[in-house]
Write a protein that binds this ligand. Structure first.
Ligand code: FES
Length: 128
């Protein structure tokens, strides 16, 4: 482990003890993440995920907007919020919460960690 980037939330006991609840999956290298923009990653068995580097804090949310078929990794990023490229609804990158109309439903936010320069995402039970 080379560095620690804060998780959106600390891992809970159930998640750390129950390996069957999910797993950490490599998504990309930290060096691949553009500053001030998102990176779309495709992982087996889950919808595409958008990863963001917010001043060194790395966050991951579903790439698909909850309002339509838009890729949030292509959205404009400002002040921790991503603006959907289709109708300009916004989401909090840290929590996935919908922030502005027409988006009203949150996207899923994933726990993230960095291991040996790689971004890993927790795939498993939704963490709320
Ligand atoms: S598709 Fe994202 S705001 Fe409409």
């Amino acid at each position: 482990m080379d560095s620690t980037i804060p998780h959106r939330q600390p891992l809970d006991d159930a998640m750390t003890k129950n390996a069957e609840a999910g797993r950490w999956v490599r998504a990309c290298a930290v060096a691949e993440l553009p500053k001030g923009a998102g990176l779309k990653v495709e992982l087996d068995g889950v919808p595409a995920i958008a990863i963001f580097n917010l001043d060194g804090g790395i966050f991951a949310i579903d790439d698909l907007c909850t309002h339509g078929a838009a890729s949030l990794s292509e959205g404009f990023v400002e002040n921790g919020v991503v603006e959907c490229p289709f109708h300009s609804g916004t989401f909090d990158i840290r929590t996935g919460e919908a922030r502005t109309f027409p988006c009203t439903e949150a996207v899923r936010a994933y726990a993230v960690r960095v291991e040996n320069g790689d971004v890993e995402i927790w795939l498993g039970e939704a963490r709320s």
